[in-house]
Design a protein around this ligand. Structure first.
Ligand SMILES: [Zn+2]
Ligand SMILES: [Zn+2]
Length: 217
């Protein structure tokens, strides 16, 4: 409702008339190869494991993201998460489809919202993204994970993030063998890893993570 009444401005450059202008959509910083085969971090040449993920125990088989999380992306993600702007949701889907190759999997699922947050606003970007990607890829969508409340990840160190999310996810029952797990932003990978680990414990043989944006260090 508010969306219709407020004058619309591009969340990135503030030009009037739209939630995201064509130019800012075109300029979203796409992530291209070469990439780390495993975690999807941009690398100087293709590698199987990169400095970021080598030596870490990863529950997912691969992670891929469409765009770099930079200053412009921050404004985009805030507009999407906090205000639920529909144009942004559509743009995120569009860019993921453009950048990330269609996965082969039995099902698409998403990182569920923290029960203390997110659902209050009635929208949950990872689910929105997963729904539309599943439709485009012609794969079934299923809510496979449950989550208990945790501290905010923001402001925590990498090790703290990992500890904070360890054990917060559980699968709702037995799960298919091959799963695509969708989230909005890949930050340290701790959330994706904890959610993938819960899916693996419930019987998944392979989990591939796909996110809209990725923090690159
Ligand atoms: Zn703009
Ligand atoms: Zn890597």
């Amino acid at each position: 409702m508010l969306d219709l009444l407020l004058p619309q401005r591009c969340v990135v450059c503030a030009v009037g008339g739209t939630q995201l202008c064509d130019r800012c959509l075109r300029d979203l910083p796409r992530i291209g190869p070469p990439l780390c085969e495993r975690c999807g971090a941009p690398t100087a040449w293709p590698v199987r494991r990169c400095r970021e993920c080598a030596g870490r125990r990863l529950a997912f088989a691969s992670a891929r993201a469409a765009v770099y999380y930079d200053v412009a992306l921050r404004a985009f993600v805030v507009g999407w998460k906090e205000r639920g702007l529909r144009r942004l949701a559509a743009a995120a889907v569009e860019v993921v489809i453009e950048v990330v190759p269609p996965p082969a999997a039995d099902v698409v699922t998403f990182v569920p919202p923290d029960p203390d947050r997110g659902l209050k606003r009635g929208h949950h970007p990872p689910r929105q993204l997963a729904e539309q990607l599943a439709e485009h890829w012609e794969l079934p969508l299923a809510a496979l994970l449950r989550r208990r409340a945790t501290k905010r990840q923001r402001g925590l160190s990498r090790a703290e993030r990992r500890r904070n999310v360890a054990g917060v996810f559980a699968a709702a029952g037995s799960v298919p063998r091959s799963i695509v797990l969708v989230d909005d932003v890949f930050t340290s990978g701790a959330t994706a890893n904890a959610a993938s680990s819960a899916l693996r414990k419930a019987g998944a043989r392979r989990v591939d993570v796909i996110t809209f944006a990725r923090v690159v260090r």
